[in-house]
Design a binder for this molecule. Structure first.
Ligand SMILES: Cc1cc2nc3c(=O)[nH]c(=O)nc-3n(C[C@H](O)[C@H](O)[C@H](O)COP(=O)(O)O)c2cc1C
Length: 415
């Protein structure tokens, strides 16, 4: 039987992708429905076969062997591990590093969590430990998709070493963290690269000349036009983009102590905002990237949407905008790993309601309905013109209908 990770031809590979013979997103042979008649949630992205499009986003839910194993056992389609770098000793975390925003007035303690801020850095666990755990997971779950998330300093040799070592652990793909908003900009890491298109192009070049598995570039939303770095990453040979990472935020000021939150020894630093509250912003960014990809790239590169997912409807929205996979990070921190079962059931409910039997049937279906504000004005003026024309009355006696007779009579009364 063909291996789940078998790579085959893609629509329009870049020279770099041709070199490492990677496929783009492969449209599944039209899947109508599963044998049980249930809508089929399976997806095949950049040659990676997943039972569903739900992916653990890089962060605490993919931080060690125990939790990643739990994710596979619960049925997540893929896991992206917590971001690793060559030297974990340089990564020093602080506590508290999370702060929550609740929906109730004044952030009442029992209100529903709608926003989450973190000032957590990338993994502070030794790289070798993480790599051994990746190997163990791939041995135990050979057909499940494990994606390594990586970040390094502005140093070609360091990137190449990291890629070689992480690939050596057997991961199926790499996600490049070009988007961590806090911590280590002085080392030109994370968003420091993702916000600087020249730097990004150079680093993507280094990465893509070395990598032999599909590469997704994870975008920061903390930039005016997210399509610019996404375009550069794809042009530089990445097979996909992921968006969004967290949004730069200050969670609040404690009005008793007058100190910002989260407060570490009396001080704070801006962090990254996630959870439900960022979902509309993530939808906008994903929509912009999806439109750009549709207009400028062959149908092969993939898009992984992230931001505030807690329900099957949140997922449906991302897919309707063109996402191939959907990542969840904070949602898992709030609801736990079984969330995937709810997401599967709710997405299937949505699909049944619309008679969709596969993800591919509705992927990108809402994208054509975005336009410019000028075009909205034009469309509205046209619609008003038409309504007025109708109000002027029937053009001919043959236009009278039985059902609309009273309204048609009314439409010709002068006052
Ligand atoms: C506590 C925490 C730690 C995170 N760590 C990482 C990380 O190491 N690497 C990374 O690429 N993204 C990291 N993220 C960002 C998430 O993967 C995701 O992009 C973001 O939180 C938005 O999605 P969400 O609303 O589902 O959490 C982290 C997010 C949180 C909340």
């Amino acid at each position: 039987m063909e291996s789940l990770m078998t790579l085959s031809a893609r629509a329009s590979p870049s020279p770099l992708q041709q070199q490492r013979r990677l496929p783009g997103r492969q449209r599944a042979t039209p899947v109508r429905a599963t044998a049980t008649g249930e809508p089929d949630l399976s997806v095949r992205v950049n040659g990676l076969q997943m039972p569903n499009p739900f992916v653990i986003g890089s962060g605490p839910p993919g931080t060690n062997y125990t939790v990643m194993k739990r994710a596979f056992d619960e049925g997540w389609g893929a896991v992206i591990a917590k971001t690793v770098s060559l030297d974990a000793e340089k990564v020093i975390n602080v506590t508290p590093r999370y702060a929550k925003l609740r929906a109730e007035p004044n952030g009442a303690a029992m209100g529903r969590i709608i926003g989450w801020q973190n000032i957590e850095l990338i993994s502070d666990r030794p790289l070798e430990t993480m790599l051994n755990e990746f190997k163990k997971l791939k041995k135990e779950y050979p057909d499940r998709i494990l994606i390594g998330s990586i970040m390094e300093e502005y140093n070609k040799a360091a990137w190449h070493e990291l890629i070689e070592r992480v690939e050596g652990s057997g991961v199926d793909a790499l996600e490049i963290n070009f988007s961590c908003p806090h911590g280590m900009p002085e080392r030109k890491m994370g968003a420091a690269v993702g916000q600087d298109c020249d730097l990004l192009e150079e680093v993507c070049g280094w990465i893509n000349e070395k990598a032999t598995v599909p590469v997704w570039a994870k975008m920061t939303p903390n930039i005016t036009d997210i399509t610019q770095p996404a375009r550069i990453a794809l042009k530089s040979g990445c097979e996909g983009v992921s968006a969004i990472n967290t949004i730069m935020s200050v969670m609040g000021i404690n009005l008793k102590t007058l100190r910002p939150e989260p407060c570490v020894e009396g001080y704070s630093t801006p962090g990254g905002y996630s959870a439900r509250a960022v979902h509309p912003i993530a939808l906008a960014k994903v929509m912009q990237i999806a439109r750009m990809m549709k207009e400028e790239f062959a149908d092969g590169q993939s898009l992984s949407a992230i931001g505030g997912v807690e329900t099957g409807n949140d997922v449906a929205e991302f897919i309707l905008l063109g996402a191939d996979t959907v990542q969840v990070c904070t949602g898992v921190m709030i609801h736990g790993y079984p969330l995937v079962k709810k997401l599967c059931a709710e997405l299937q409910d949505f699909m049944r309601e619309h008679n969709f039997s596969s993800i591919e049937e509705f992927r990108g279906a809402s994208l054509p309905y975005f336009t410019t504000h000028t075009d909205l004005v034009h469309r509205q003026q046209e619609a008003i013109k038409q309504r007025k024309a109708i109000k002027k009355g029937l053009q001919s006696d043959k236009d009278w209908t039985g059902d609309g007779f009273v309204k048609e009579t009314e439409s010709m009364v002068s006052n």
